[in-house]
Design a protein around this ligand. Structure first.
Ligand SMILES: [Zn+2]
Length: 128
């Protein structure tokens, strides 16, 4: 690996999940808007002409249920209801969006490590 490729790899590894997804979508050649406040849940990426949105969810905050997302056992009384509310809100946002004709794709933080897989999912979602 040459130096610049190496630097890119390091950068992409440390990049926030949302920025990773943005960069993948950008490279696919799709144009998008960010965090449109007039849509439920302020989706991370918005594709107005396709009426599609992508949410990039942190595994912990949105209770993915994967290995990295377990709810802390200490302070459960605090975290439990808080995280539950997030899950409820996420679900409702997707439903409300659907009701007004927007399709949603959820990309989980833990999935962004596998760039190829995410790229394929996004491509499939945006092209259908
Ligand atoms: Zn996860």
């Amino acid at each position: 690996m040459d130096r610049s490729a190496n630097m890119r790899a390091i950068r992409s590894k440390n990049m926030r999940p949302e920025l990773k997804v943005r960069s993948i979508v950008h490279r696919l050649g799709y144009r998008f808007r960010l965090h449109r406040k007039d849509l439920p849940g302020k989706p991370d990426l918005v594709f107005p002409s396709r009426r599609k949105v992508i949410f990039v969810h942190g595994c912990f905050w949105h209770s993915h249920g994967c290995r990295v997302s377990h709810t802390p056992k200490s302070n459960f009384d605090y975290w439990g209801p808080k995280l539950e509310r997030n899950v409820f809100r996420d679900r409702r946002n997707v439903e409300v969006l659907k009701a007004v004709g927007w399709r949603s794709l959820i990309v989980w933080e833990c999935e962004t490590d596998d760039e190829d897989r995410i790229r394929k999912r996004i491509l499939k979602f945006l092209s259908k």
